[in-house]
Design a protein around this ligand. Sequence first.
Ligand SMILES: Nc1ncnc2c1ncn2[C@@H]1O[C@H](COP(=O)(O)OP(=O)(O)OP(=O)(O)O)[C@@H](O)[C@H]1O
Length: 450
Amino acid sequence: MLVIDDEPSIRKLAERELVSERRLITTASSASEALSLIEQQDFDVIILDIRLPDADGMDLLVRFRETLPDVEVVIITGYGTIESAIAAMKVGAYDYITKPFQLEHLELIVEKAYERVSLKRENRILSRALVEAPIPRLVGTSRGIQQVMEMIRKVATWDVPVLITGESGTGKDVVARTIHALSKRSEKPLIVKNCGEIQKDLIRSELFGHVKGAFTGADQTREGLLGIADRGTLFLDEIGELPEDVQAALLRFLENRCYRRVGDPHERRADVRLIFATHRDLKKEVEAGRFHEALYYRINVFHIHIPPLRERREDIPLLVEHFLTRLSPPGTRYRITDDVLGYLINYNWPGNVRELRNVIERAIILAENELLTPKTLPMEITSGQPASHLPMSSLKLSEMEKYLIQKALSIHRGNKRKAAQSLGISRKTLYRKMKTYGLLKREGSITTVS
Ligand SMILES: Nc1ncnc2c1ncn2[C@@H]1O[C@H](COP(=O)(O)OP(=O)(O)OP(=O)(O)O)[C@@H](O)[C@H]1O
């Protein structure tokens, strides 16, 4: 924020009282000083005394309106010059305040002006299409997913950085969106950026912004993602792809919320919650000298790991149901046969939930009579060995029995009659064994196999 006033007491008051976590205050005592500051740095809000020693504040305001369309200008006028305040509003000032004023009154106006700046910024972000669709639901009842949900609920309302890890397609993006949606910042923008998709030499400028002339091709000053995400959340995917110098700058930002745009000698502040994701093992990257150690420790404080789908196969029936509902064309209701579910549960899912989603989408297209049969599945799934995931490391009879019961329940989506039938035992025996193996914790929540 820039405060232009020739009265030292007003400048001092602003410097002392209006500074905040999110705001740096710069002051100027004359129009010429203000203009040279504006040449060098960007401001969100300008407070302008209409009477200045070297220029008419009105002329300055007109100039600001033409050259700084995104900045909100608040006018300070002397007592009895209300007409000039009204004239200033007509030219495009955001608001005015008359001297002498109460500090609270000024604070309120400044807050509102900032609110307006961030609203404008959000509209711009929407037009840059960085914010995507609403959050998808995190589906799953496995212990792994339940733990992830629990962690999300705990961390969402805190402003701490979060690191999400997991193989590609496990749902890191869904988790990040859920954290933002449950946070205090949910009304503010969530900016999502995959660092792996940005050209290496442009990453710094993309994140922190740059000033005009900072490098060849920088013909305009441009706001970085941190500035755009101010008061919201920035989700950086594939953080392992960041160059070393950018990692260091990011660490600085995490420590004091200050950053510098490329080519800008001045510090800026932004109030941004950061969420990171990677499919790499960052600890190994640190050991190999490819990832900044201090940054790793700073972001690893709250770490959410999403297990691969093959380690939580009991989520597959629910996920299948979820995608069938989501992907069936309106007015249709696609179903799957039991053997299709069996194949899906047994497959290894190297592409995790994303692959499952794609398989269901493809099968819906190939299905006849709204029924997904094995013919609608890709070869690599139907050629799989149905029993390939037996826990062969353990050959204890009881463990094998428990495993087979869980498997049968998974395949038959918890239907005890069908599970018992496929195991060749009575329903009563199945029930008794489920009790023995602790598979009947709560009615309706059956622990199935992974
Ligand atoms: N638990 C889940 N419940 C519902 N949908 C899910 C779940 N996990 C993942 N998905 C869906 O699977 C797809 C892939 O998820 P997402 O993009 O979040 O994975 P990712 O881990 O971020 O992948 P990458 O590392 O490749 O970016 C998306 O369509 C997402 O909606």
